[in-house]
Design a protein around this ligand. Structure first.
Ligand code: SAM
Length: 395
């Protein structure tokens, strides 16, 4: 398992580290080896049985789900994956509980030593129920759980939990999405020089900071509704000497004037947003973009562009991982969403970008010449050969 490199990382005893390594290994086993095993069982048994009965193959993800649900391999895969997910968070709690006070102290001393970046919280901002009433992906307390003054434990839980969850696939700083996509944009559009970049639903800012690395002259801002994550994001950026400004704001109602940004980005955000709010988020993105600016959302690929099996496989989280908005989002058509928000159909873009952490830096230049494909079973899947899907539009 990867260990975080920044100053806010939790110290661990040997047993705690061993437990985290075990959970990361278990997840890798489930998501690589068992996922391949489940696919083989589907091809050899489940799909032929469906075909014998229905006279045709399953036509969409829900039909594959219904067909595979009684299967023992699927049940074992799913129960192990749910257990491993729960173990991810449980593996972080003992070191986090022990170091809660230290963490706050470190954040305080970073704030006095390093003046880069800023943090603006809004204690009166209502947190949407889609965040406050749910422990998304089984994360206890969710992003906004606050139990004492200036609490930033939820941010630490997410940071350390993501390191275990992603078993090394998200890079040294868990910022592979931001690094891969921002560098792809720079290589694909060398004349584009954004001055203001906004990251929506930035959580702990791990992918926000990449935009500052790629475009050092730009002012980079991240917004989120969850105060404990933003406190942590600010301290994490300071620990890494990255000047990023974080603000507590609802992405459906941005407090910025029209035409304030050249890039409006998000990653892994829209699939946690209810349908009615997705429309509002994209309309806000359109409003705050300058003419000639780029909106770009990294997401799981849309169901309409996947095979029935891959649609089922990626939608697993909606049924078993407390992700109620995940499948409804993936059933939408991204280009239609962009057009409804005001973007012209001629300005729509979608890319599949190779993971730098997995394929290395050179892969970005190669992808500019020959982009990856959405329907590959590696797109959006946390497994060997990972690549990231994103869609958006130029204003
Ligand atoms: C899955 S996380 C995003 C992760 C992060 N962007 C990344 O790259 O890994 C979703 C984030 O969106 C935030 N969020 C949910 N609804 C929001 C809204 N309406 N406005 C702003 N942030 C929101 C949550 O608090 C959470 O931090």
């Amino acid at each position: 398992m990867l260990d975080l490199k920044h100053d806010l990382r939790l110290g661990k005893t040997r047993d705690e580290q061993a437990r985290m390594n075990f959970v990361a290994g278990l997840r890798s086993h489930v998501l690589n080896d068992m996922a391949n095993g489940m696919r083989a069982v589907y091809d050899a048994e489940v799909e032929p049985a469906f075909r014998r009965k229905a006279g045709r193959a399953p036509q969409d993800g829900p039909q594959v789900h219904q067909a595979i649900r009684p299967n023992e391999y699927f049940k074992f895969y799913s129960s192990l994956r749910v257990t491993a997910q729960d173990m991810v968070w449980q593996s972080v709690f003992p070191p986090l509980e022990r170091q809660r006070a230290d963490l706050k102290q470190k954040a305080k001393s970073l704030a006095t030593r390093r003046k880069s970046g800023s943090l603006k919280l809004d204690a009166n901002l209502p947190v949407p129920r889609s965040v406050s009433a749910l422990d998304v992906h089984l994360m206890p307390g969710n992003y906004d759980g606050e139990y004492e003054k200036d609490d930033l434990a939820a941010g630490s839980l997410y940071d350390n939990g993501l390191a275990v969850f992603s078993f090394g696939l998200m890079g040294q700083n868990l910022d592979d999405i931001g690094q891969s996509i921002s560098r792809f944009v720079k290589a694909r559009y060398p004349g584009f020089k954004p001055q203001d970049v906004l990251d929506l639903g930035c959580t702990i800012g791990h992918n926000t900071g990449s935009w500052k690395d790629t475009y050092p002259a730009a002012r980079v801002r991240g917004v989120d509704v969850a105060a404990p994550c933003l406190r942590y994001a600010h301290a994490r950026a300071q620990a890494q000497d990255r000047a990023v400004d974080f603000e507590q704001m609802n992405a459906t109602e941005l407090k910025y004037p029209d035409a304030s940004f050249d890039v409006v980005f998000s990653s892994m955000f829209l699939h946690e947003v209810p349908r009615k709010d997705i429309t509002r988020v994209l309309a806000e993105a359109y409003r705050v973009l300058r003419p000639g600016g780029l909106m770009l959302h990294m997401e799981l690929p849309p169901n309409a562009q996947l095979s029935p099996y891959d649609a089922f496989y990626l939608d697993w989280d909606s049924s078993y991982n407390n992700e109620p908005y995940y499948k409804p989002f993936r059933d939408l058509v991204p280009q239609q969403l962009c057009e409804q928000a005001g973007f012209s159909s001629a300005n729509y873009v979608q890319f599949v970008v190779p993971s730098i952490a997995w394929f290395g830096e050179q892969a970005i230049a190669n992808a500019v010449r020959a982009p990856g494909s959405v329907d590959s079973d590696k797109t959006g899947r946390l497994s060997d050969g990972l690549q990231w899907y994103c869609f958006g539009a130029w204003k």
